[in-house]
Design a protein around this ligand. Structure first.
Ligand SMILES: NC(=O)c1ccc[n+]([C@@H]2O[C@H](COP(=O)([O-])OP(=O)(O)OC[C@H]3O[C@@H](n4cnc5c(N)ncnc54)[C@H](OP(=O)(O)O)[C@@H]3O)[C@@H](O)[C@H]2O)c1
Length: 268
């Protein structure tokens, strides 16, 4: 386990869900930007291998913190460690997963796990790092939501609802933090090539047009450019998705509902 004290003068970034997909890409790009890393996910072997790769390539410290963040005994020790750590400059709340199927047919435990991982863990970790960031007048927190946070979809109800929580939570927090020097971002990607859909056993070749897919490196680049530039609180990678979200926000509710029903029927 890493210690809270370190001789390193580099800033420290903590990334949840760092073993794959968007989280792994955050780790790679942040190592390139000279951050030390704390890599969190369940798969200890993958985290250690990534840490070794980034240490060798970029000369940064990159420690693995294996934990199941959907469990109390996974999220709370990490929150306690972060609350004591002077060096956390960036927290990326990224770990997440999707499910497919109507709520009434899905296992209760699986849906409860989603709420713990998408809602409770980011809230607890964010709460843990805030006091020291505010005292230092420096820090960034990125929480990965989704374009789904702007919609509701049959077969996907808790996914959309938990991602909406991430978005509204971050938008509110941004107002609370105004003038403190601490900045928060909610990252809302559309379909992105990662392991996400394979883990859900969704056939990526069906139903989702090619133009709709993003690469993880672009999603992360747009997020970090916004976080370290003067970017917005809500970051939606890709012009096409910004147009989709604009349309979703301003179209009449009955049109949105019709579209959501159609899209939802196609995916369940
Ligand atoms: N891909 C997309 O199309 C898309 C679109 C919009 C938003 N997102 C969001 O982007 C985020 C990252 O997803 P991704 O696309 O990169 O998927 P991914 O490739 O499947 O990666 C998910 C990451 O979350 C970790 N994770 C899952 N359950 C966990 C748990 N209980 N405790 C700790 N870590 C856990 C996984 O690691 P372990 O298995 O090792 O624990 C993995 O590192 C998610 O929040 C997702 O909702 C994805």
């Amino acid at each position: 386990m890493p210690t809270t004290k370190s001789d390193s003068t580099r800033p420290l970034a903590v990334i949840t869900g760092a073993s794959a997909g968007i989280g792994r890409e955050f780790a790679r790009q942040l190592a390139r930007r000279g951050f030390d890393l704390l890599l969190v996910a369940r798969d200890a072997e993958r985290l250690s291998a990534l840490g070794a790769e980034l240490r060798a390539e970029h000369g940064v410290a990159a420690d693995a913190w294996p934990a199941d963040l959907s469990r109390d005994d996974g999220m709370r020790p990490l929150a306690e460690f972060l609350a004591q750590n002077e060096r956390v400059t960036l927290l990326v709340n990224n770990a997440g997963f999707g499910t497919k199927g109507k709520l009434a047919t899905r296992p209760v435990a699986e849906q409860a796990t989603m709420l713990e991982l998408h809602v409770m863990a980011p809230m607890l970790l964010t709460r843990a790092v805030l006091p020291r960031m505010i005292a230092r007048r420096d820090g960034r927190i990125i929480t990965v939501a989704s374009v789904a946070s702007f919609t509701a979809s049959p077969g996907n109800v808790n996914y959309c609802a938990t991602k909406a929580y991430n978005r509204v939570f971050t938008e509110g927090l941004a107002l609370e933090l105004s003038g403190t020097g601490v900045r928060v971002q909610v990252l809302c990607p559309g379909f992105t090539h990662t392991e996400f859909h394979d883990r859900m056993q969704v056939d990526k070749s069906k139903g989702i047009p090619g133009w709709a897919w993003l690469e993880a490196d672009r999603v992360v680049r747009e997020s970090l450019d916004a976080a370290f530039g003067n970017g917005p609180v809500v970051v939606i990678p890709g012009k096409r998705y910004r147009a989709v979200v604009f349309a979703l926000r301003y179209m009449p509710l009955w049109v949105r509902r019709l579209m959501q029903e159609r899209y939802g029927r196609a995916r369940i």
